[in-house]
Design a protein around this ligand. Sequence first.
Ligand code: PMV
Length: 358
Amino acid sequence: MIKLPFSNISSISAAYNSAWEAPSNIALVKYWGKKGVQLPINPSLSMTLKNAATQTSVKIIPSEKRDITFFFEGQKKPEFIPKIDQFLNRIQEFCPWVDRADFLIKSKNTFPHSAGIASSASSMAALALAIADIDEQLESEKSGTDFYHKASFLARLASGSASRSVFEGFSMWGRHEKFPECNDDFAVSYAAIHPVFDQFHDDVLITDSKPKAVSSSAGHELMNSHPFLDGRIRQAKDNFLKLSENLRNGDLQSFIEITENEALTLHALMMSSEKSFSLLKPETLAIIEAVRNYRKQSDVPVCFTLDAGPNVHLLYPNENKEQVQKFVKNELLPFCENNYYLEDMRGSGPKKLESYDA
Ligand code: PMV
């Protein structure tokens, strides 16, 4: 494991606070399956978004033992405390002070509730950034760019995909023999990007806003005994290598092929695990077919990806914005719940907030 500069301070003697906004991210090469404590079975690569974000403030005071109060969008939500407590237990080894403090955490999302895209990536990244920031305040020596690696490391222990949300643009997480900077413990930024991806769009077409029937945790678990496990790891590494090249050289045709292959593979893995399940809806498949037909007829380089759910992410370069939005309005909106979709795009990463009190 790479050593990161955590404070290792075991208790605090004053109050501290920090507030951060962290964006969500969309995986292009998917993380699906884990080992050990939140370590990925394969490398993943994602784009950090702009509009879908979580703002979180953390206030701590010295205490004999830990107590947590959590507010979401102005309301006390004790049901989230066990997950936060589990996270703090996991990071106690690196930030021992989390055992000797009372926590007041307030959080809110910048995107509408009703969309059903509540994101553990943005919420856990914002919480991890605030905790990493408090850890920096406790330490006289600052960790420079390693601050974001620290935050990513902590975020990973809350939710794997959150580890990629602490960087702007594109992030890579998980070991790959061809990328010495990539590791399983935390994500790293992927900076050498072709200008076609500078203002890259991701519109989220909401086909169903209900909570999904099978959680990501249950899905990851099913990979342990998956009959295609070895093949999937090989395929993900191969797609990771090709996609990282495409992000550098701007080859949109290959980008589209790999991105869509990854999206459909994620759902194919769900359908072919020992306990099979599907999160796709008829509208998801109708949109996929319409996107592929439109691309063939128009030559517009638009493609889709999917998260672990039925909503479709539509990806395209800024120069095609007008054409794609016309296509969305004319042909795709009828497949969306209440004709609803969210416009998003590549964002500029997390930011520290001066103050935030929900
Ligand atoms: O971070 P988790 O445990 O919610 O897993 C997320 C997995 C996918 O969203 C399906 C893929 C990914 O890489 O983000």
